[in-house]
Ligand binder design. Structure first.
Ligand SMILES: C[S@@+](CC[C@H](N)C(=O)[O-])C[C@H]1O[C@@H](n2cnc3c(N)ncnc32)[C@H](O)[C@@H]1O
Length: 406
């Protein structure tokens, strides 16, 4: 029976097409979809190696199903790898979706290759159903521009600027990061989903993730006071996501108490810091930038923080041992790296043998440092460095790494 089965704040286990077909049209404000990329990644229940044409047909089907449940004012974000990005863009046009941005999420950490340039990005399409009517909360996205951080230019907009369409403030959630939930290889960073949720929905709105995986979209939605619905084929992922969400609080109305800031407000401040791209020392002494940050934080948190409060909080955070000295550093949790079979993670020989590196350094010093390039000698063959990456999550069957998020 159509239209009677959708309960907000629920994680459903099932097939996206079957479930969405039973839900009312025009009921969702924002969809974020991070589907399997069809690159042979091993999921719990889904087989990620369909023939290309079948995968493209399936993509059209689920995109159409999401479009149907979107409100006329709704926004639709889709993350996808290089292999099928062009197809998704074309399907979006065929379905009559309007492309507002073709975002490149440039992940700044965690990838390596041996014989080609490292792939360090995922595409995120930002579509809307109606080209004129949609939610875009620009005030919740602003941060100081270089005019504030570099030149202390009082003529620059006191509101700050909007992020570019190349996002490099969100490292992938690697196995050692504190954020890692640990049960899904493709967990996306919550800060990235927070940006999307803040931009394209309002408190109380309904956010749908049809491939919820580890529950990142739902966590970002719940924390910022939106309602959520998640779908995943895997009972295991769905159950683990429910547990993850049980520990997440709606902090949209949280306010500082006795000088203690809500965790979400601290996260907003850290995110603005990352977005500036400059070091904390540069910011703390920069009244012009701090003013913009206080305004941006007030917009995101709903609480009117003063410049002095922001400076004091930065100083306090800066004294903590784990504080990112560079904006893009990410908190990590030291782990005892072991394979699933219990074998210890083996370091490369070079690192295992410090005497060898010392000897090499001495030899290099004796030569008077690294050799300057010689116009008569041909360039040396590139050295192959590193070793195959180990995966914290499931290992791709075909040997392909899901370079997007896992
Ligand atoms: C790339 S992951 C999503 C990761 C997620 N963005 C996160 O941050 O954790 C894709 C998910 O889609 C799920 N999936 C695959 N086919 C599905 C289907 N037909 N219906 C619902 N979920 C499906 C997989 O089980 C997998 O967890």
């Amino acid at each position: 029976m159509k239209g009677n089965k959708m309960q907000p704040n629920t994680i459903y286990c099932g097939d996206v097409l079957q479930l969405l077909a039973t839900w009312p049209a025009g009921s969702v404000d924002l969809v974020f979809a991070d589907p399997p990329f069809n690159i042979g990644y091993v999921y719990d229940k889904y087989r990620d190696d369909r023939p290309d044409e079948e995968y493209v047909e399936w993509s059209r089907d689920w995109m159409r199903a999401c479009q149907r449940v979107l409100k006329p004012t709704g926004s639709f974000y889709i993350a996808i790898g290089d292999e099928f990005a062009a197809d998704i863009r074309v399907i979006g046009r065929e379905l009559g979706l309007h492309l507002r941005n073709w975002i490149i999420w440039h992940y700044t950490f965690g990838q390596n290759t041996k014989a080609k340039f490292c792939r360090a990005h995922t595409h995120i399409f930002y579509f809307v159903k109606d080209a004129e009517r949609f939610t875009f909360n620009d005030r919740l996205l602003r941060f100081p521009s270089a005019r504030h951080t570099e030149y202390q230019d009082l003529r620059a907009s006191p509101l700050g600027r909007l992020p570019d369409d190349v996002w490099d403030e969100f490292p992938r959630v690697c196995g050692t990061f504190r954020e890692r939930a640990g049960f899904h290889g493709c967990q996306m960073p919550e800060a990235l989903l927070q940006r999307i949720v803040l931009a394209s929905s309002n408190p109380g709105d309904l956010v749908l993730d049809p491939f919820v995986g580890s529950g990142t979209t739902a966590a970002a939605a719940k924390r910022t006071g939106r309602r959520y619905i998640g779908i995943d084929l895997s009972p295991e992922y769905a159950e683990q996501t429910r547990r993850r969400l049980a520990a997440v609080r709606d902090e949209s109305r949280a306010r500082p108490e006795g000088g203690v800031w809500p965790a979400l407000h601290v996260d907003h401040l850290l995110q603005i810091y990352r977005e500036t791209g400059v070091t904390l020392n540069n910011l703390i002494g920069n009244e012009v930038a701090l003013r913009v940050i206080a305004g941006a934080l007030a917009a995101r948190s709903g609480h009117p923080y003063s410049v002095d409060e922001v400076r004091a909080r930065f100083e306090e955070l800066g004294r903590k041992p784990g504080f990112p000295k560079l904006p893009n550093d990410t908190p990590f949790a030291p782990r005892d790296h072991r394979t699933k079979e219990g074998k210890r993670y083996v370091r490369t020989k070079l690192l295992q043998n410090p005497r060898r590196t010392a000897k090499q350094s001495l030899r290099m010093l004796a030569r008077g440092g690294p050799r300057p390039p010689d116009a008569n000698t041909p360039p040396a063959e590139p050295r192959r460095r590193g070793r195959p990456r180990k995966h914290a999550g499931p290992v791709p069957a075909s040997g392909a790494v899901r370079e997007a998020t896992g």
